[in-house]
Design a protein around this ligand. Structure first.
Ligand code: HEM
Length: 409
């Protein structure tokens, strides 16, 4: 690797330059070192769309970090953080599993989740309207805290059938468990994460048992019914993966909504297009996912010796795929740095791809579409409270979202 190439940790918002403009750095990397080895992280970092797409959809590659070489520090970190369970189950969600276990668990879960999502539009609209009602009379507010944050957690709680009076605890657990994604968390954050993880598992265990005895109209009851009908899923697997929906889906969807609102408020001509043709909202969400994706990277592990962009990659080596880099590749997207909700093709990779493609994508899309439509309809003069203030990005590695977004109605 060339000495001037950045390290993977420089390619996170912990680096102020990357936080301010990741695209300049990723663009140079894509031109000069599209397949870059970082020995310290023990990973290849891949930025070209064509390479990223090919690797994502190669079903012979692995995801389980246990299969990576010992030098793959970044991948192995994920397993250290997932913790071991007392019942011998390693407690990993489908995100870090390979077939046959991945397909065995993902297929019934996806089937049940997609059915729920297909009939949840009314609930999502009600939740978004409720959040907007609470903003009545406010001149200015932080759009992240008051809008983008509550929506995804309330939606997933409603899909899982969490009692309304447990919502505050559920929110607290979600915030705690998310610290598992933060390699630089403080001792206090680690304690919160552990406490929240235990409480959530305990809650889901009791919730599953309760719904098995008294089924209701929710995803937990669906999973209990699938188990009863013979789906080969242990309780621990159901509990881990239902809890994972909470962790994987909250921050990401919050960031999608926050990023979308900021982009529209700073691109008034695109906002005018959307307002004059509200049916563009689905395209608007897709273009936001391409232009400012909430998740930086996903990973795969080489199951065999292979070649990517002329570089030899050996079996068991870990590959970090830059979804953000791929989404701005000029070989695929015309004027990639232009936010254009009427662009013809948006085959972005914000949700990854192949066997692991985000299981929550239909839900995230629905939430973002409803949130944007209802927000701009309710507040037609919505604008940035201080148009000259620079955006305040969070520093959590591998995610891109706003710490706060002060707006005026
Ligand atoms: C805008 C919001 C979201 C983004 C950008 C996002 C992004 C991603 C990405 C990049 C992956 C890895 C895919 C791969 O490796 O190929 C993933 C996987 C996953 N996501 Fe999402 N996600 C979002 C929302 C959600 C929601 C709402 C849920 C749950 C309801 C969810 C649950 C999951 C799960 C369980 C996986 C693992 C799937 C597997 O490995 O089979 N995500 N997501």
């Amino acid at each position: 690797m060339a000495d001037d190439a950045p390290k993977i940790l420089d390619l996170t918002p912990l680096n102020p330059k990357f936080r301010e403009d990741p695209y300049a750095i990723l663009g140079s990397l894509r031109s000069a070192h599209p397949v870059m080895r970082d020995d310290m992280a023990g990973a290849w970092f891949i930025t070209r769309y064509e390479d990223v797409r090919r690797i994502l959809t190669d079903l012979t590659l692995w995801r389980d970090p246990h299969r990576a070489e010992a030098a793959a520090v970044l991948s192995r970190r994920l397993v250290e953080q997932s913790g071991e369970r007392q019942d011998g189950d390693h407690g990993m969600s489908i995100l870090l599993m390979d077939d046959p276990d991945h397909a065995r668990i993902r297929n019934p879960l996806a089937q049940a989740l997609y059915k729920r999502v297909a009939k949840s539009r009314g609930d999502v609209e009600k939740i978004v309207d409720g959040v907007l009602d609470r903003l009545a009379g406010r001149e200015t507010f932080d759009l992240m805290a008051s809008f983008a944050l509550p929506i995804p957690i309330d939606v997933i709680a409603s899909i899982l059938g969490v009692d309304h009076d447990r919502l505050p605890e559920f929110r607290d657990w979600s915030e705690g468990v998310i610290q598992g994604l933060n390699p630089l968390r403080t001792p206090d954050q680690t304690a919160h994460m552990e406490r929240a993880g235990h409480a959530l598992t305990e809650y889901m265990t009791a919730h599953l048992a309760e719904r098995r005895a008294n089924p209701k109209d929710d995803l937990v009851s669906d999973m209990a019914a699938l188990q009863a009908a013979g789906a080969p899923l242990t309780d621990a697997e159901v509990i881990t993966n239902l809890s994972a929906l909470l962790v994987a889906g909250n921050l990401t969807t919050t960031d999608l909504i926050g990023n979308a609102v900021r982009i529209f408020l700073t691109n008034p001509e695109e906002l005018t297009k959307l307002k004059s043709d509200p049916s563009l909202v689905a395209a608007a969400v897709e273009e936001t996912l391409r232009f400012e994706p909430p998740v930086d990277i996903t990973g795969r592990i080489a199951s065999k010796d292979m070649e990517v962009g002329g570089c030899p990659i050996h079996a068991t080596q870990s590959m970090s795929l830059s979804l953000r880099g791929a989404n701005r590749d000029p070989d695929v997207f015309e004027h990639p740095d232009r936010f254009d909700i009427t662009r013809k093709k948006t085959p972005h990779v914000a949700f990854g791809g192949g066997a692991h493609i985000c299981i929550g994508a239909p839900l995230a899309r629905l939430e973002a579409q409803v949130a944007l439509s209802r927000l701009f309809a309710r507040f037609p003069n919505l604008r940035l409270a201080d148009p000259d203030a620079p955006p305040v990005w969070r520093t959590l590695p591998f995610f891109r979202g706003l710490e706060r977004l002060e707006v005026r109605v």
